[in-house]
Unconditional design. Structure first.
Length: 85
């Protein structure tokens, strides 16, 4: 009877350890899911920042083109005035 009791005690200990392992694995999985969601939020924010920077760059390039056109027009007028003088 003592042998059966010893086996049962060993089995019970193994079952408790397995339950603890499952609980730890569940906690680890929840932690990984949380980190994954946080990484996805960070990636979305980085993409939004990149899109904003690209839009600002496009606006700056358009402003530079307009400035060059104005300078060319002013230079053309200056050349015309020089020929009239």
């Amino acid at each position: 009877m003592a042998a059966i009791s010893s086996i049962s005690s060993t089995n019970l200990s193994a079952i408790r350890q397995a339950q603890a392992n499952v609980a730890n694995a569940d906690e680890y999985a929840r932690s990984l899911q949380s980190m994954s969601r946080e990484a996805e939020r960070a990636l979305n924010q980085a993409q939004a920042n990149a899109d904003s920077i690209a839009a600002e760059s496009d606006q700056a390039q358009a402003a530079a083109v307009r400035a060059r056109q104005r300078l060319a027009a002013i230079g053309g007028i200056g050349g015309f005035i020089d020929t009239m003088a």
